[in-house]
Design a protein around this ligand. Sequence first.
Ligand SMILES: [Zn+2]
Length: 52
Amino acid sequence: MAKNNRGKRLYKLPSRGRGICPLCGKTRIKLLYPYRTAANELLQVCKNCRQK
Ligand SMILES: [Zn+2]
């Protein structure tokens, strides 16, 4: 699973993997990390908001 979030793979994602992070509200950032909320929803968040 190395370098899953790099290169050409991103171009297959909607918006090429970019969007607005639901946690920090940063725009045009790459949303590459799944984050499970307290409501058990799965969101894609930016690298700054990913869990350890
Ligand atoms: Zn974020």
